[in-house]
Design a protein around this ligand. Structure first.
Ligand SMILES: Cc1ncc(COP(=O)(O)O)c(C=O)c1O
Length: 410
């Protein structure tokens, strides 16, 4: 059955979450399908940063650490984010980057399972995760073993201290069953560290209900915190007392302003912090989370899935005959909020699309990734993007690009 543009406009008119798009400052001539890499700019961020810079920093200077709540911002923003993750406010804080937090959590988890000799990790995960796994294992004298995400549950053994994987794979968008995999990891006596980079703010998460031990996530993708926005860390309440992460710095100290020589760990999730946070980025993230006000994550995830389903259906109908293959799960129940397509000219296609304002990205060797951030993408955007891809491939538009025109491929 042919899908019509008119039907997509109709879906947008009836979309109960249609109101959230107005919370973003989007360029009118762009269809932005890369929110899974860098989220769009929420309208709430600019005035918040203006105030933070001119008043809090410019006028009140160092007094703002207490007066404007900078010091408590990591926990405050973590608590604001927690409901989007299915976590308690006391289990989440904002700190550092995903890679740094992953290192902290892997070491902390391994320290809770002394005598076990292995870190089990996802082959094909985002490379930085596995670089961190290798280094953490080397430092701890453990073995690092890598198996595909779908095999983690069956590969964990009584020698595994900790197993780590992405909830949604950065390339294929394949989504793992967090509760089921965590149960299997626990059955072998190991601990689970989840990477939520492509999940937080896009898909339905229930960290507490799933029994997750630890998790890290991204501030600059679906949470729209801006380039380099700090990451978030989740430590399940039952582990907070015994949580011993390796980067023990003064922000994780029970009383940093006593300036004692010895380290005394802070109570609660603050122990996940190491040092002075990037305050402006943290405040930008805090303001960005306003875009989720009044939005149920179940509704948001359902819309993301519907957008992806529409994209897959249109790609089957209009791009399949042009040699494009689906590189993501067809079943929306096991897919995150982006879709990858494969074509031998993927790099050129993505460059040509960016030239005409359809922004996706390329992942070597032949994948085009299109993210459908449900807060600001419309059904008609999906339709128009597929029409543009069809036209781009049909007339081999990449041949018109200068070799130096690498576009903004990220
Ligand atoms: C799944 C995944 N893990 C880790 C990272 C690395 O994040 P960071 O640069 O914050 O360490 C990314 C970045 O895109 C990612 O997609």
């Amino acid at each position: 059955m042919t899908i019509e543009r008119q039907a997509c406009l109709e879906r947008d008119r009836n979309d109960p979450l249609g109101f959230t798009r107005a919370r973003f400052a989007l360029p009118p001539d762009v269809i932005y399908l890369d929110g899974n890499s860098l989220g769009a700019l929420p309208a709430s961020v600019r005035p918040r940063l203006d105030d933070a810079v001119s008043r809090e920093w410019g006028r009140d200077l160092i007094g703002s650490w207490n007066g404007a709540g900078w010091y408590t911002a990591p926990g405050r923003v973590g608590a604001k984010l927690a409901p989007l993750l299915g976590a308690r406010p006391t289990e989440v804080t904002i700190a550092d980057s995903i890679s740094v937090n992953l290192f902290k959590l892997l070491v902390a988890a391994a320290r809770m399972r002394p005598g076990r000799r292995e870190i089990l990790a996802e082959a094909g995960n985002f490379p930085s995760d596995n670089h961190i796994v290798e280094s953490a294992a080397r430092m701890l004298g453990l073995r690092a073993r890598f198996v595909p995400a779908e095999e983690i549950a069956g590969a964990v053994t009584p020698d595994t201290a900790v197993a780590t994987l992405s909830h949604v794979n950065y390339r294929s968008a394949a989504m793992q069953d967090m509760a089921g995999v965590t149960d299997a990891i626990h059955a072998a006596g190991a601990l689970a560290v989840w990477d939520l980079a492509h999940s937080s703010g896009a898909v339905l998460l229930d960290l507490d209900g799933s029994g997750a031990d630890f998790a890290v996530g991204c501030g600059y993708k679906y949470l729209n915190g801006g380039p380099g926005a700090p990451s978030h860390v989740f430590v399940a309440e039952r582990h907070l007392a015994g949580f011993d992460q390796p980067l023990q710095g003064w922000f994780g100290h029970a009383d940093p302003f006593r300036f004692e020589d010895g380290f005394a760990k802070a109570a609660g999730i603050r122990a996940a912090l190491c040092s002075t946070p990037p305050v402006l980025s943290l405040l930008a993230l805090e303001a960005a989370l306003d875009a989720f006000d009044g939005v149920a994550m179940s509704d948001l995830a359902a819309k993301g899935r519907a957008l992806c389903d529409l994209f897959v259906a249109l790609a089957d109908e209009r791009l399949g005959p042009l040699g494009v293959a689906l590189a993501s799960p067809r079943d929306g129940a096991v897919r995150g909020s982006h879709v990858s397509l494969r074509h031998p000219e993927a790099f050129g296609i993505v460059r040509a699309l960016i030239r005409r304002g359809i922004v996706g990205d390329f992942r070597a060797p032949d994948a085009m990734r299109f993210g459908f951030a449900p807060l600001y993408i419309r059904f008609v955007d999906v339709f128009d993007a597929v029409a543009a891809i069809e036209e781009t491939i049909g007339r081999e538009a990449w041949r018109d690009l200068a070799p130096t025109d690498a576009g903004a491929v990220t």
